[in-house]
Design a protein around this ligand. Structure first.
Ligand code: PNS
Length: 157
């Protein structure tokens, strides 16, 4: 069985994330969407809230599971016997950071491969930070986040 881990902070999930999850679910037998802590960011949503938002929006994808993990991503991958990480790439600025992460993760687990999926063109500018900024000032979130979680995001502000 081919398993892939799609890690992130998902604070909150966006349509860009959902697009990567959907495409990955067609490439692998199982995709584990994993909520992890990014030590450089102060999250708006609790881990439990993020899990709930992701579960509600991916429940139609039968080979997608959603979990959280605290600690190093490679330890989660080892625990799950998985050696493929999926990362979405938007712009050139993502590449530098993600390349560094891929090599750092590989230094801890040499058999681990990071697969980069290019973002869909319509989501190239999209990030959880942009969504939070728009929501904070009552901007239009149509097409940027799954409709079933839009109100949860608005309720935070
Ligand atoms: O969505 P993000 O914020 O870009 O996701 C980054 C994340 C959470 C995947 C990354 O920070 C991470 O893997 N955190 C867990 C700790 C870890 O393993 N760091 C990488 C090795 S230094």
């Amino acid at each position: 069985m081919k398993i892939a881990v799609y890690p992130g902070s998902f604070d909150p999930l966006t349509n860009g994330h959902l697009d990567i999850i959907t495409r990955s679910s067609k490439l692998f037998d199982k995709v584990l969407v994993t909520v992890l802590t990014n030590s450089t960011k102060q999250p708006l949503f609790s881990v439990e809230e993020r899990l709930d938002l992701i579960r509600r929006t991916t429940k139609h994808l039968k080979n997608v599971e959603v979990e959280s993990f605290s600690g190093l991503l490679v330890n989660f991958a080892k625990e799950k016997n998985c050696n493929v990480l999926i990362k979405g790439l938007r712009v050139v600025s993502d590449f530098e950071y993600e390349f560094q992460m891929a090599l750092a993760n590989k230094s801890q687990m040499p058999e681990l491969e990071t697969l980069f999926l290019p973002s869909a063109q319509e989501y190239m500018f999209l990030s959880s930070s942009i969504v939070k900024e728009l929501a904070r000032y009552h901007g239009d979130l149509t097409g940027l986040v799954p409709p079933e979680i839009e109100q949860d995001i608005r309720n935070k502000f």
